[in-house]
Design a protein around this ligand. Structure first.
Ligand SMILES: [Zn+2]
Length: 147
């Protein structure tokens, strides 16, 4: 899913979370986690891009980033959610942890629905077992390859 959609949906979710928990911090945590989880795309881009300079046009075509066709997405992982639930048990950060949990949960659901990936693509373990190959994760051929 594209960033503007994540921004709008995360903002709406953040308002509800902030109201629900009566916590501005929880609302902001939901918004920032729902939007900035995608910062890992930037890490992947800088790591995989052969020319290593920013190009907005290239950035939105990860299937063309690098010759090895790998995509790590280190922050996109269903495995992190149980850890956030555990963090919510820590006094003093309960609402913030719930805000992050909800922001990440909504983000992953939206990416799963919109990005045409394998059903397990947003599990870090699945990506690792797939050697982080973009074409295996998203059922798309790499540019210039027959797979
Ligand atoms: Zn994402």
């Amino acid at each position: 899913m594209k960033p503007p959609a994540h921004i709008v949906i995360s903002a709406g979710a953040a308002l509800l979370v902030g109201q629900g928990f009566q916590s501005t911090g929880a609302g902001w945590a939901c918004f920032f986690s729902g939007v900035f989880i995608d910062i890992d795309h930037l890490f992947d881009y800088l790591l995989r891009s052969p020319h290593r300079k920013l190009s907005v046009r290239d950035f939105f075509h990860p299937d063309q980033w690098g010759p090895d066709g790998k995509l790590y997405l280190i922050f996109h992982g269903w495995e992190y959610l149980p850890l956030l639930l555990l963090a919510s048990l820590i006094p003093g950060i309960t609402e913030i942890a719930w805000g992050i949990f909800i922001g990440v949960f909504i983000h992953l659901i939206l990416d799963h629905i919109h990005n045409n990936g394998h059903p397990l693509t947003y599990f870090v373990i699945y990506r690792w077992k797939s050697a982080f190959h973009f074409h295996r994760l998203f059922n798309l051929p790499l540019k210039g390859q027959d797979e």
